[in-house]
Design a protein around this ligand. Structure first.
Ligand code: B12
Length: 209
């Protein structure tokens, strides 16, 4: 069953993916197992793109399928119930960057672990992050940066938060292809990881402390 989900994602068959996910949930597979199968399929889509078998629109379709799966009621991963969240995460892909598959994976892991997630989307400016931080008072700002030039905007976000005297009220975690250990210091973040589950563990620790 889970293998069929991997295959349906790999062949970008949205209707089949939705049908199989609903069926797998009914059969008792856990949300974590189902999401893992979707991720395996996404990895394969990425490989097919790099091998020249898939094009740009195929990659975009893969992102859309994943977002649609996250909305399925049977998986019970919704942020509609903020009262029960263990903490609030403001999530985005940074300015100039349109990649959102990694962000969607982080989002699913955060929701499954009980966080309320406010997803600001892609190409989000430091000014918007500041504005939403003031308005929504998140515990954590999680930023995905795939494009190398995104790092300067993360730094800009940190600086704007310092300027507004808000930096010590919120943690910043960064992830994505362009981030690395040194960039944490460079951009003023609190942590970096490319492993979403490690990231979620850290976020949990932050809200529990
Ligand atoms: C898919 C893809 C696209 C898709 C994006 C679809 C979408 N909905 O996201 C499309 C086709 C639209 C696209 C467009 C472009 N792309 Co592109 N793309 C890729 C590709 C093939 C895969 C990226 C991906 O989704 N990987 C899978 C995800 C799951 O991995 P991930 O993002 O790294 O996320 C993981 C971790 O990093 C982490 N993570 C991610 N975010 C976060 C956040 C937090 C808080 C945490 C804790 C963890 C975390 O968790 C994830 C799970 O493990 C890469 C090549 C590659 N090898 O990565 C190029 C790549 C990223 N693209 C690249 C480029 C140049 C572009 C374009 C400029 C191409 C063009 N000439 O038009 C445009 C950019 C547009 C823009 N301004 O952003 C370059 C970037 C170069 C650079 N270093 O800056 C790459 C590296 C390709 C290359 N080798 O040149 N791209």
């Amino acid at each position: 069953m889970l293998d069929s989900i991997v295959k349906a994602v790999t062949s970008l068959d949205e209707r089949k993916v939705i049908k199989l996910v609903k069926y797998a949930a009914k059969e008792g597979h856990t949300t974590a197992e189902i999401i893992e199968s979707i991720q395996l399929g996404l990895n394969q889509v990425g490989k097919n793109y790099e091998a020249g078998q898939y094009g740009v629109t195929d990659l975009m379709m893969a992102g859309i399928i994943f977002e649609e799966v996250l909305k399925l009621a049977c998986l019970n991963i919704t942020s509609d119930n903020p009262d029960h969240g263990i903490g609030k995460i403001l999530l985005c892909t940074i300015e100039s960057d349109l990649h959102d598959i990694g962000k969607a994976i982080f989002k699913s892991a955060a929701l499954m672990n009980g966080f309320e997630v406010i997803d600001l989307g892609i190409d989000v400016t430091p000014a918007t992050i500041l504005e939403k931080t003031i308005e929504l008072k998140p515990n954590i700002i999680a930023i995905s940066s795939i494009m190398t030039n995104g790092l300067k905007y993360i730094k800009g976000t940190h600086e704007m938060l310092v300027e507004a005297n808000l930096r010590n009220q919120v943690k910043i975690i960064i992830g994505g292809l362009s981030t690395h250990n040194e960039s944490v210091q460079e951009v003023g973040a609190d942590a970096f990881t490319k492993d979403v589950y490690e990231g979620i563990k850290l976020c949990k620790k932050w809200v529990e402390d």
